[in-house]
Design a protein around this ligand. Structure first.
Ligand SMILES: Cc1cc2nc3c(=O)[nH]c(=O)nc-3n(C[C@H](O)[C@H](O)[C@H](O)COP(=O)(O)O)c2cc1C
Length: 243
């Protein structure tokens, strides 16, 4: 068994980087147990050690809890029901469903099947069932802490790469504290609601949301563990392969 295949017990805090990498997964069911503000600040401080273009640190984070989180969710649901989606100019996280190409189309379909049909028992043509789960994104899947990650719109492309580093740092630091996360692009199309609630200016681009909390291991969604391609499928060695 390779280092990557050995999965750490999900409930246990990670005590090494490799354990944090192996045990990190997107958690979509949380216990209501609060996460102290000092701990959230510590995780953000750790994530801010991430590399960025010339140390520009282009990220910003809005942390929402309690009433602020509830009010935000209510407005997001209202916008969702009204179909008020507004893509952000310059940042499209993903193509329209019909525009996906292989091999990503198949991987995306396999993931959708794993999440909806195998885990939740929601069939592909059950629009209501899928919608019911999708809505939970906007309450951060019940996590006590929600975050909205933004980056400077100028210059955007490099800042998005830097934001990815920050996101990964945050997720791994969370694992060391026994916490779990889920990155959420679902928020992006509702950036106008986010801007209004969180006072996010036009000089910022909403990258994604992040749910943070303690995983509910009793929930059926806790079963979702996604596969990965073998290293030989994505890495090409040139020269002597490092030996
Ligand atoms: C930037 C980003 C945005 C994502 N957005 C969502 C989302 O809106 N809702 C969701 O349930 N999962 C979301 N995910 C989680 C992915 O579906 C997940 O990372 C992928 O299926 C691999 O599974 P794993 O994270 O459990 O390893 C997102 C992940 C990333 C990196």
């Amino acid at each position: 068994m390779t280092l990557a295949q050995r999965t750490a017990a999900p409930a246990a805090p990670a005590s090494s980087v490799s354990e944090a990498l192996r045990s990190r997964r997107s958690v979509r069911a949380f216990r209501p147990t609060p996460v102290p503000r000092e701990l959230v600040e510590e995780l953000l401080a750790l994530a801010s050690r991430s590399a960025s273009n010339s140390n520009t640190q282009p990220w910003r984070v809005h942390v929402v809890t309690g009433d602020a989180k509830r009010r935000l969710a209510e407005d997001l649901w209202e916008a969702l029901d009204a179909g008020h989606r507004h893509p952000q100019p310059g940042y499209t996280y993903q193509p329209a469903p019909e525009a996906w190409v292989e091999p990503f189309r198949s991987r995306r379909a396999a993931f959708g099947d794993q999440l909806y049909r195998q885990c939740l028992g929601v069939e592909h043509d059950d629009a209501e069932g899928r919608d019911c789960h999708h809505r939970r994104n906007y309450e951060f899947f019940g996590a006590p802490v929600g975050m909205i990650l933004t980056v400077s719109a100028h210059p955007l492309d490099g800042a998005l790469v830097d934001a990815g580093q920050f996101l990964q740092g945050l997720m791994l630091a969370a694992r060391e504290a026994g916490l779990d996360t889920c990155a959420q692009a679902s928020f992006i199309d509702f950036h106008r609601v986010l801007r209004r609630h969180l006072d996010i200016g036009d000089d910022q681009i909403v990258v994604c949301g992040v749910a943070l909390g303690y995983a509910d291991h009793e929930h059926p969604l806790d079963e979702v563990v996604t596969p990965r391609e073998a290293v030989s499928a994505f890495a090409t060695f040139h020269g002597d392969g490092g030996s």
